[in-house]
Design a protein around this ligand. Structure first.
Ligand code: PEP
Ligand code: MG
Length: 593
């Protein structure tokens, strides 16, 4: 018998199996139903009433979700209320009804396709995914055009939710921690709100499956493997058993890790380390703390810009930074100023295309060219710092002149706030990313100018080894264990320790078990990463003696290639502290050369 196995994007790990639930889909009309001129006022009224009903629904959902999932998740609906209030959207819909003398359904359908096209044309994945938020709001209004709505039944039994696309509000309403075992969708990706929600509720989910909703019927039995991004329809008993075992293994591992989140972050020989979170969205703060994050090591503020069509105002920034600062308080929150330019362009700004974007007007270079934008961001960060747990981080600094230039602006903005009697933390720490090799080489000098440094291994490796981090043809050359890379990173950590200044690693290397051990051996104590990796790294570092890590890296520095180093570290760790690799899966020991 043929088994249908579909590949998608695993956005929330774990294995689920059960019966399919297929919610009813709203399909926007493709028929332009015309009305007479005299009917136009009534149709406009019908639209407005649907908008009012939608507003009531959203407020109700927002409150319900706040009770069920907490303030962070209900934020999505505040965003939806804002979309609904957008005068351009409402007047656009009214204009279609008036100008084309067509039904409100047609206006909504037309507006929906227009937004779909607009979002699809955007290069940035995160921004592209925001299409579903607009669609969500329009769908709700569409449904509310019918006054006698068929009430959707709330599911009573355990199920796997399968749909073409799940709008964020539907996701928040339909996901039940108890009954929703797993989720499989045709659409969506890693950064969609639905993915974030599934992760925060611990529901295994696979998105981007293209046509799973057409391949299954309500009641079919399916397996969702959110860890490996796979869905299996109607599996025979042998496959069910295989996945049942995988599920149990994952759950045991998860329970182990969850226990770890509450344990102290110390190595076996009682050396304290600090796991922190890299965040892109403010609503991730709650789940990050639950996973054991002791603060935010990196908030990538560019997502504030990417989530909007217009430029964010000072209040937009302030609201987000305040939410982070109070959510994490008293733990620190490190806000990185805008890291954009080059290929991550801002649609709001018409940034010119550059021939070599990675080496172009990126990050702090961009901020220093667009000082007004930069000042807006700095003011908002300062205003959010009254709880004294906010730090500012500058991306892609290359030399001390840039730091001096930023400091002058920073001082000026502070002075402006003082004059206006606006409170802020007078001692707010200022740090820089060490992610350009020149900055790494000058770390001792740079450290005199700043309060802390954060090593961005993603870019540092890209620039140091001349390997594009997003080019699949050269991924095999992207080597965090390259001896040159290790020497460079070690020198930065040592310089920071000598200067008695805080040093963090916030690149992916901190989220890699072997990488974290090597960094620990170099003297690093603060590791910032995507929160889902925190339990794993915490578990690994709690299972090793810092002394062992130091000894291992000492030997490592004598080796000549990335492969030799990786093999050596793996073997030594396995020999001395095999519990580091508790993943439920055996670790392959590389053959000795
Ligand atoms: C890095 O470069 O390592 C980093 C953490 O920043 P980003 O991945 O946002 O460039
Ligand atoms: Mg970077």
């Amino acid at each position: 018998m043929d088994i249908t196995r579909l590949r998608g994007i695993g956005v929330s790990p774990g294995v689920a199996m059960g019966e399919v639930l297929l919610p009813r889909r709203v399909i926007f009309t493709s028929r332009k139903e015309l009305i007479a001129e005299v009917q136009v006022p009534d149709e406009l009224k019908r639209l407005r009433q649907a908008i009012d009903r939608t507003r009531d629904d959203l407020v109700r959902i927002k409150d319900g979700v706040k009770d069920k999932l907490g303030q962070d998740s209900s934020f999505i609906f505040e965003a939806h209320l804002l979309i609904l209030e957008d005068p351009a959207l409402v007047s656009g819909l009214e204009a279609v009804i008036r100008d084309e003398k067509a039904r409100a359904e047609w206006a909504l359908s037309k507006m929906n396709s227009r937004y779909e096209q607009l979002f699809e044309s955007l290069a940035d994945d995160y921004f592209r995914q925001r299409k579903s938020d607009v669609s969500d709001v329009l769908t709700r209004v569409y449904r509310n055009l019918e006054t006698r709505r068929e009430k959707e039944k709330t599911p009573q039994k355990e199920h796997i939710l399968v749909a073409h696309e799940l709008l964020p509000s539907e996701a928040a309403l339909r996901f039940s921690k108890e009954l929703t075992l797993g989720v499989a969708l045709d659409m969506g990706g890693q950064t969609s709100h639905t993915a974030i929600l599934a992760r925060s509720l611990g529901i295994p989910a696979v998105l981007g499956l293209r046509d799973v909703s057409r391949q299954v019927r309500e009641g079919d039995f399916i397996i969702v493997d959110g860890t490996d991004g796979e869905v299996i329809i109607d599996p025979p008993p042998a496959i069910r058993r295989e996945f049942q075992a995988k599920k149990e293994k994952y759950e045991t591992y998860g329970r182990e890790l969850q226990k770890t989140a509450k344990l102290k972050s110390v190595t076996l020989d009682k050396v304290r380390f600090i796991p922190q979170a890299n965040l892109e969205l403010p609503e991730e703060i709650g789940p990050a703390l639950a996973m054991g994050a002791e603060g935010v090591g990196l908030f990538r503020s560019e997502f504030i810009y990417l989530r909007r069509e217009s430029l964010p105002t000072e209040e937009d920034h302030f609201e987000i930074y305040s939410r982070l600062a109070s959510g994490a308080h008293p733990r620190p929150v490190t806000i990185r100023t805008l890291d954009i330019g080059g290929e991550k362009s801002l649609p709001q700004l018409n940034i010119e295309k550059e021939p070599n974007p990675a080496l172009g007007l990126r990050a702090v270079r961009f901020s220093l060219r667009n000082k007004e934008l930069f000042r807006v961001q700095l003011r908002a960060i300062l205003r959010a710092s009254t709880g004294k747990n906010v730090r500012v981080l500058l991306p892609m600094v290359t030399d001390v002149d840039e730091i001096a230039e930023v400091k002058a602006i920073f001082e000026d903005v502070k002075e402006e706030l003082r004059r206006g009697r606006v409170a802020f933390d007078e001692r707010i720490p200022l740090g820089v990313m060490i992610e350009v090799p020149a900055a790494a080489a000058m770390a001792d000098v740079i450290l005199k100018e700043v309060d802390f440094v954060s090593i961005g291994t993603n870019d540092l490796i890209q620039y140091f080894l001349a390997v594009d981090r997003s080019n699949e043809f050269v991924t095999h050359l992207f080597k965090p264990f390259h001896p040159a890379v290790l020497r460079l990173i070690r020198s930065v950590i040592q310089a920071a320790r000598k200067a008695e200044k805080d040093v963090v690693v916030c690149g992916e290397m901190a989220a890699d078990t072997l990488g974290a051990i090597v960094l620990l051996g170099f003297g690093l104590r603060t590791f910032s990463m995507n929160p889902i990796f925190i339990p794993r790294i915490k578990k690994a570092l709690r299972s090793i003696e810092c002394k062992t890590a130091e000894r291992i890296v000492e030997e490592t520095m004598k080796l000549r290639s990335a492969q030799e180093i990786e093999e050596y570290v793996t073997e030594e760790v396995l020999l001395r502290h095999p519990q580091v690799f508790l993943t439920g899966q055996p670790v392959e020991v590389p053959p000795k050369k």
